[in-house]
Design a protein around this ligand. Structure first.
Ligand SMILES: C[S@@+](CC[C@H](N)C(=O)[O-])C[C@H]1O[C@@H](n2cnc3c(N)ncnc32)[C@H](O)[C@@H]1O
Length: 247
């Protein structure tokens, strides 16, 4: 796997684990994720979860009974400074992975990039569906480490990148699942569109996209896992697609 610009703390975590040759891949990945999570939320832990509706796909995620009450000020500051998005499988990612696994012929032997990969759920589903090459991209280094651990857990091989600008425009498919939760991420669409023949956005936070070239083609219901108790309005996941014009 390619791993770019990883901080020294995370290199230490990874290298320490790699040196531990006797550990199983699962225990290895779980320990790494546990160390990452505790940097943000000390009284939570990692569980290896079987995803609902995604038979066979497992991820290391925050424990289902994670602390939901008021957090101590320093924990709150850490959560705001470095939210562990990767410790959840967001409803839009879960729905997207489910859609991919229900339509494997679409991705078979194709090249795919998952932008804002978080836990890696979409990238892993793409690889399990038979994609030839899958890149997972996230600007959070912890998300890339989580994706690497989760890829190993599911015995798939992914390439990783922290920087969209480093990706070459050669993909058959680009996916963005729950990346537009922050309106300031909307300009990402213009960066992603040239990267792939087809861009697919799955999102429960937005009802329409500002770019009329994206057309809505599918709607489903999904919950974030573990359940965050989100408002009903965020349980509907909308899928939009954009086809790049061929010259
Ligand atoms: C809510 S999570 C969704 C994760 C995953 N796609 C899923 O559905 O479970 C959003 C992810 O997008 C990443 N992200 C946000 N802005 C980004 C950007 N400009 N480039 C790459 N990743 C980004 C965050 O770090 C986070 O991991």
């Amino acid at each position: 796997m390619n791993q770019k610009k990883t901080s020294s703390r995370k290199n230490q975590i990874r290298n320490g684990l790699r040196a531990d040759k006797g550990a199983t891949a699962e225990a290895d990945g779980k320990t790494m994720l546990q160390n990452l999570l505790q940097g943000t939320i000390p009284n939570a832990h990692i569980e290896i979860s079987q995803l609902p509706r995604l038979s066979g796909l497992r991820l290391g995620l925050i424990n289902a009974d994670f602390p939901t009450g008021p957090l101590p000020a320093e924990v709150m500051r850490a959560v705001i400074a470095q939210p562990a998005y990767w410790a959840f499988c967001w409803g839009s990612g879960l729905a997207c992975a489910e859609w991919i696994l229900a339509n494997p012929a679409l991705l078979r032997d194709k090249s795919v990039v998952d932008i804002g990969c978080g836990s890696g759920v979409v990238a892993i589903a793409a690889k399990l569906a038979g994609a030839a090459e899958v890149w997972a991209c996230d600007n959070d280094q912890d998300a890339l480490l989580a994706t690497a651990a989760n890829a190993r857990l599911n015995s798939v091989d992914l390439s990783l990148s922290a920087d969209l600008a480093e990706l070459h425009a050669h993909f058959d498919f680009a996916f963005l699942a729950d990346v537009l939760y922050d309106k300031s991420n909307l300009p990402l669409l213009d960066v992603v569109k040239p990267l792939a023949q087809e861009t697919i956005v799955s999102d429960s936070r937005i009802r329409t996209l500002p770019d009329p070239n994206f057309t809505e083609f599918f709607t489903t219901q999904a919950l974030t896992h573990p359940n965050l108790g989100e408002f009903d309005e965020f349980k509907t996941v909308r899928f939009f697609r954009y086809y790049r014009a061929t010259s």
